[in-house]
Ligand binder design. Structure first.
Ligand SMILES: [Zn+2]
Length: 84
């Protein structure tokens, strides 16, 4: 976010690193000033982020299951190679 006072880029900071100006964030402090439509859009974005997080955990879980399956399959294959 760019500081409206001194035009310094502050990334995700809430206070300007150069002049100390308080930078309002749309998802927190500015919430009360938002209209109902904007609030709905914001809520949808937050819900989307949460869903994305859950999806990522599911994806990690699937990856672990698949990887462990291949690990076991590989071990079984190796054991059968050694045995036979
Ligand atoms: Zn500033």
């Amino acid at each position: 976010m760019i500081c409206p006072r001194c035009n310094t880029e502050n990334d995700n900071r809430t206070i300007c690193k150069k002049c100390g100006y308080y930078l309002y964030r749309a998802d927190a402090q500015n919430r009360k000033k938002m209209t109902r439509g904007q609030l709905a859009v914001s809520d949808a974005k937050i819900a989307g982020k949460k869903a994305g997080k859950i999806f990522r955990y599911i994806w990690i879980g699937i990856t672990i299951i698949v990887l462990s399956f291949w690990l076991v399959a590989g071990m079984v294959f190796l054991i059968s190679m050694i045995g036979g």
